[in-house]
Design a protein around this ligand. Structure first.
Ligand SMILES: [Fe+2]
Length: 305
């Protein structure tokens, strides 16, 4: 399927630009200090990602990672609120089923706004982030609905074309040969769609569109729900297969030029290649650099044995 209209995405799906939708997760009480502290107390430690991002003058990022540590829920919440941390709680569907059920009901309403869109798999990450936290330029190999629940954040969404998101880089991410940070230059800013999100707004954008986030001086809580459709599955599978071919010296055709039958065939090939272990994930297990501490610089205290 060739794209005939000018579009901000290489994905020919029903979401053509970033757009907000209302949601009711805040009224339902999921974003209060009490609810969050209680959740942090019981959330499984292995589902925490705690990151601290630093940027140079060119906007290039470096990352430190934190261990869950031993703070109680209320203290951990205070460390995030006072610090510069970005805390991602994976698998909300398992970790906080009540929130997940409410969010899936809201997702149904968002999806209904895009005729022809049908998610076949949804997953969620609850993100608690410090007032000055910023998430670097990246893309998700999935559709995303970002349910914003507390604080204010500014989202920058960029065109998902070859200039801003090269297929070769997509292949590397989809085949887990790198983390999801992409080549970025300040020149991209001229092409960004910029939106400020308030609690009660859910933002979605074209599948694969690169984006980054800046918190606007408030502690922020958002549920990031990602979803796959059959077209995104086919495309991800084709990207994976292309990554394998490229690793073997091949020069695969770009998936942008493939119609559905070819994408589906490459997706099917990717299942066999994954079963055969064709590409080993190169994402290292990070050594942890710190653990959260109330009152420490950036909320990052020394690791304790
Ligand atoms: Fe993202």
């Amino acid at each position: 399927m060739k794209q005939t209209v000018q579009t901000r995405t290489r994905y020919a799906g029903p979401i053509t630009e970033a757009r907000t939708h209302p949601h009711s997760l805040v009224e339902q009480g999921f974003a209060t200090d009490e609810a969050l502290a209680a959740m942090l107390d019981r959330y499984p430690a292995e589902l925490f990602d705690i990151n601290l991002y630093d940027y140079d003058d060119e906007g290039q990022v470096s990352l430190r990672t934190g261990a869950r540590g031993r703070l109680g829920g209320a203290e951990l919440l205070a460390a995030i609120q006072q610090g510069r941390l970005w805390v991602n709680l994976r698998e909300v569907e398992a970790g906080w089923p009540e929130l997940w059920a409410a969010a899936m009901a809201e997702f149904g309403k968002v999806q209904a706004a895009y005729p022809g869109m049908r998610a076949v798999k949804n997953a969620g990450q609850l993100i608690l982030s410090s007032p000055k936290a910023r998430v670097p330029y990246h893309f998700d190999a999935a559709g995303v609905v970002l349910f914003h629940m507390r604080g204010r954040k500014r989202i920058f969404v960029y065109p998902g074309d070859e200039a801003h998101l090269a297929e070769v880089d997509m292949e590397q991410v989809v085949s887990r040969q790198t983390t999801e940070e992409l080549p970025y230059t300040r020149a991209f800013e001229a092409d960004a769609q910029v939106m400020d999100l308030e609690p009660g707004q859910a933002l979605t954008w074209p599948i694969y569109a690169p984006h980054r986030v800046e918190n606007l001086d408030r502690f922020c809580v958002s549920l990031s729900m990602d979803f796959q459709t059959w077209p995104s599955r086919f495309r991800n599978g084709a990207l994976y297969t292309n990554a394998v071919l490229r690793s073997r010296g091949g020069r695969p055709r770009m998936t942008d030029g493939m119609a559905t039958p070819e994408l589906a065939a490459r997706w099917a090939a990717s299942l066999a290649l994954k079963r055969a272990g064709a590409l080993k994930s190169r994402i290292a297990h990070f050594e942890r650099d710190f653990e959260p501490q109330v009152g420490a610089a950036d909320g990052a205290g020394a690791l304790r044995a």
